[in-house]
Design a protein around this ligand. Structure first.
Ligand code: HEC
Ligand code: HEC
Length: 387
C-alpha cells in the first residue's frame, strides 16, 4: 500500500480532530439540556406528587369522616359494611353492581331527600333532618370509596317498550318482591318512588334488570330478552306515585325535651308487654285517650317527626341518644319508643335506655305505619310561613 502524502495526512488529522470536537460539543449540549429538562421534569413531578399527596390526604379525611357518619346514621338499617338488610328492606349500599351505576349525584339526592313513604328518611337539614351538605358529601365520598369497579355511564337511551306489556311480565316475575305497583315490600326496595324515578335514567333500570345485584335477592333477568326488559322499564315509569306527603322544607325545628311528659298530672298506665319489651299500639292509644301519664319518643330521623308523629311524641332520634337520655325522667314514668321499621330504631333506643337504668321502657310493637293505618291520633310540626 502506498503511504499517504504528508500534507494530506495533516489535513485529514485536522479534519478528524475538528469533527470529534464537534461531536463532543454536541454531546455536551445534549447532555446539558437533557439534564436541565430532567431536573425540570423532576421538579414538576415533585410539585405534582406533593399536590397529589395533599389531595389524597384530603380525600382520605372525607372518607374517614364519611365512615364515622355512616356508622352513626346509616348502619342501623344498611348494615355496618353496607351489606344491607340489617333492618327492613334497606338495600346493600356496598353492592358493586349498585355502586357501578349509582352516581354521586344520585347518592346525594337519595340521602338528602330520602324515599317518601318508606323508612328511608330525608336526611338533609332542609327537610328537618340532621345532616348539612358537607356531611352528606362525606357520606357520598365514603360510599364511593367502596366501589371496586369503574363507573358505568348507563347512557341516555329511553325505553322503547309499553307499560301494558310490561305489567304482564311484572305480575309474573317481579310483583312478589317489589309489590303490585313497585311500592316495595318487606323483601325489596320500592322501584316506583318519585324521588328514585326522578334521579335515575332508564339505563339504570335496564342495567339493574339485566344484570341484577349479585349477592342480594335481586337476580339477573337478562333471559327475559331485551323487548320484555324495555316493557318492564315502561311499566315501572308508569307506576310512579307519591306514597305519602313529601316533607315540605319549612317546618319549625324540632322542640327541646321540655314538653316531654304527656299528662304530667295523670295516673300511670297499666301496660301488658309482649316478651317483656313490646307494648301493643292499641294499649298506647287507650292510655292517651284516658289521659295517662307517659313519655313517647319518636326514634326516627327528625325530618320524619316533622312530617307526622304520634300526638305528644317527642323527637328522640336513634342517632342522638347520648345527648338526650340525661333529660329523661328517672321516676318510673313509662317511656315508650316507636319507629317505622317497625322495631330497629325504637328497639335500639329502648336497649340503650334500659342499659342506662330506665326499666319502665317499651317499644310500640307494630310501629308507626300501623298507628296511622288505624287512625290513631297524630300531629305534625308547625309549618313556618314566611310573610
Ligand atoms: C331506618 C332505616 C334506614 C336508615 C337509618 C337509613 N336508610 Fe337508607 N334506605 C332505607 C330503606 C328501607 C331504603 C329503600 C327505600 C325504598 O324502598 O325505596 C333505603 C334507600 C337508600 C338509598 C337509595 C338506594 C336505591 O337504590 O334507591 C340510599 C342511597 C340510602 N338509603 C342511603 C342511606 C344513608 C347514606 C343513610 C345514612 C345517612 C341511610 N340510608 C339511612 C332505610 C334506611
Ligand atoms: C326475589 C325478590 C326479587 C324479585 C323477584 C325481583 N327483585 Fe328487583 N330487587 C330485589 C331486591 C332485594 C333489590 C335491592 C337489591 C340491593 O340490595 O341492591 C332489587 C332491586 C331492584 C331494582 C333497583 C332498585 C333501586 O333502588 O336501585 C330494580 C329496578 C328492580 N329490582 C327491578 C326488578 C324487576 C323489573 C323485577 C322482575 C323482572 C325484579 N326486580 C324482581 C328483589 C327482587
Amino acid at each position: 500500500m502506498r503511504p499517504v502524502a504528508p500534507p494530506l495526512r495533516t489535513a485529514l488529522t485536522h479534519a478528524l480532530a475538528a469533527l470529534s470536537r464537534g461531536v463532543l460539543l454536541l454531546l455536551l449540549i445534549l447532555g446539558a439540556t437533557s439534564l436541565t429538562s430532567c431536573r425540570r421534569a423532576r421538579a414538576v413531578w415533585h410539585r405534582h406528587s406533593a399536590l397529589g399527596r395533599a389531595q389524597a390526604a384530603a380525600a382520605h379525611r372525607h372518607i374517614v369522616r364519611g365512615r364515622a357518619h355512616y356508622l352513626r346514621y346509616c348502619a342501623l338499617c344498611h348494615g355496618s359494611e353496607g351489606q344491607g338488610y340489617a333492618a327492613d328492606h334497606a338495600n346493600a349500599l356496598g353492592n358493586q353492581d349498585f355502586l357501578a351505576i349509582a352516581s354521586s349525584a344520585f347518592l346525594r339526592d337519595a340521602i338528602a331527600n330520602g324515599r317518601p313513604g318508606t323508612t328511608m328518611s330525608a336526611w338533609s337539614r332542609a327537610h328537618g333532618g340532621p345532616l348539612d351538605p358537607p356531611v352528606i358529601n362525606d357520606l357520598v365520598a365514603y360510599l364511593r370509596s367502596r366501589a371496586r369497579r369503574p363507573f358505568i355511564d348507563v347512557g341516555p337511551r329511553r325505553s322503547t317498550g309499553t307499560a301494558e306489556a310490561g305489567a304482564r311480565v311484572w305480575n309474573d316475575r317481579c310483583l312478589n318482591c317489589h309489590g303490585t305497583r313497585g311500592q316495595g315490600t318487606g323483601l325489596a326496595t320500592s322501584v316506583s318512588n318519585p324521588v328514585f324515578l326522578h334521579a335515575v335514567r332508564d339505563g339504570y333500570l335496564r342495567h339493574t334488570i339485566t344484570h341484577g345485584r349479585p349477592g342480594t335477592p335481586m337476580l339477573a333477568f337478562a333471559s327475559l330478552g331485551p323487548a320484555a326488559i324495555e316493557d318492564l322499564i315502561a311499566f315501572i315509569r308508569s307506576s310512579e306515585h307519591v306514597p305519602g306527603p313529601p316533607p315540605p322544607p319549612n317546618y319549625e325545628p324540632p322542640p327541646g325535651l321540655d314538653r316531654l311528659i304527656i299528662n304530667p298530672a295523670g295516673a300511670a298506665p297499666a301496660f301488658t308487654l309482649r316478651e317483656g319489651r313490646f307494648v301493643p299500639a292499641e294499649q298506647v292509644a287507650r292510655a292517651l285517650e284516658q289521659n295517662r301519664k307517659l313519655v313517647i319518643l319518636d326514634a326516627r330521623a327528625t325530618s320524619d317527626w316533622s312530617t307526622n308523629h304520634i300526638v305528644g311524641a317527642m323527637p328522640f332520634p336513634f342517632y342522638s341518644i347520648e345527648e338526650m337520655a340525661t333529660r329523661l325522667p328517672h321516676d318510673g314514668t313509662w317511656i315508650l319508643a316507636y319507629c317505622a321499621c317497625p322495631h330497629a330504631a325504637s328497639g335500639h333506643v329502648v336497649d340503650e335506655l334500659r342499659r342506662r337504668n330506665f326499666p319502665h321502657t317499651a317499644v310500640i310493637d307494630e310501629g308507626f305505619p300501623f298507628w296511622t293505618a288505624h287512625n290513631f291520633p297524630t300531629a305534625h310540626a308547625a309549618i313556618i310561613t314566611t310573610p
